[in-house]
Write a protein that binds this ligand. Structure first.
Ligand code: NAP
Length: 244
């Protein structure tokens, strides 16, 4: 009689539990096989210094980044702070005034354009001192004050590799900036990053530069600004972002 009862009990247990276990296993397999949403790692808001914010590119970069970050502006004659990038002491004073930063962007740089036959050393010195050394000064001083993992984003231009008439200084200086960024990237300490944006002629600048850039397709400043966003908000370093 006892044996008989045990048998009934076992049979009943199996009858009750087997479908429950099968359903649990099925649910587990469904969970494992179904692609689960990945939690995206998004950077918190950064404190960004933008030098050249009043310019054609600078204004677009400000619009792109100010929506997500605290963007402080600087320029020779406009912005939250005044700075002359050609003067290292002025750049050091700027960093002392801003305090710690997560990113520094330069959308600056003056150059002389003219026929090679008439170019003078003083005219080449304009681009070398302003566009090249101005941005180099920013990195020399900034590497000591940027927060760990911070970034520099500089500006060069398409003429480094796609020259036009009268643009020998621009070709020289832009190529030098690209080279500086590649070299500096492998030496910067504390996870600091550095990239450069190298745009073609901007659509907004065609009224002034159009005749010198026949056959070049222009890009809107808003599209160029995305490369600065990639540099600041991404993880790459030592990159030359061509926007053409
Ligand atoms: N526009 C284009 O089609 C184009 C295409 C390719 C590359 N780029 C390059 O992109 C850069 C910006 O061009 P952009 O057209 O935007 O120039 P932009 O309109 O003339 O603006 C230049 C900005 O840089 C600031 N600046 C210039 N020299 C400075 C210095 N020594 N110290 C501090 N700030 C300085 C100016 O400030 P203040 O006005 O206050 O002096 C201004 O905000 C240049 O290097 C240019 O060669 C431009």
């Amino acid at each position: 009689m006892l044996v008989q009862l045990d048998c009934i009990h076992e049979v009943n247990n199996e009858f009750i539990y087997r479908p429950i276990i099968a359903e649990a296993v099925q649910r587990m397999m469904d969970f494992v096989n179904k692609p689960q949403p990945v939690a995206l790692h998004t950077e918190p808001s950064m404190k960004i210094l933008l030098i050249g914010a009043s310019g054609t590119i600078g204004r677009a970069v400000h619009t792109e980044l100010a929506a997500r970050h605290d963007v402080i502006t600087a320029g020779r004659s406009s912005g939250d702070y005044r700075v002359d990038l050609t003067d290292l002491a002025s750049v050091e004073a700027l960093f002392a005034a801003t305090g710690p930063l997560d990113a520094v962007i330069a959308t600056t740089g003056s150059l002389h354009f003219g026929p090679l036959a008439d170019f003078t050393p003083a005219q080449y010195a304009i681009g070398l001192n302003d566009k090249l050394m101005g941005q180099v000064n920013l990195v020399l001083a900034g590497q000591k004050v940027l927060n760990d993992g911070g970034s520099f984003t500089l500006t060069s231009g398409i003429l480094s590799h796609d020259p036009i008439r009268y643009g020998s200084s621009a070709s020289m200086v832009n190529a030098a900036i690209d080279g500086f960024v590649r070299g500096a990237a492998i030496e910067l300490p504390r996870g600091l990053r550095i990239n450069v944006v190298s745009p073609t002629v901007l659509s907004e600048s065609l009224p002034s530069y159009g005749p010198y850039f026949r056959g070049f397709e222009s890009v809107p400043a808003a599209r160029v600004a995305l490369a600065y966003s990639k540099s600041v908000e991404g993880a790459q370093t030592g990159q030359v972002y061509l926007v053409d």
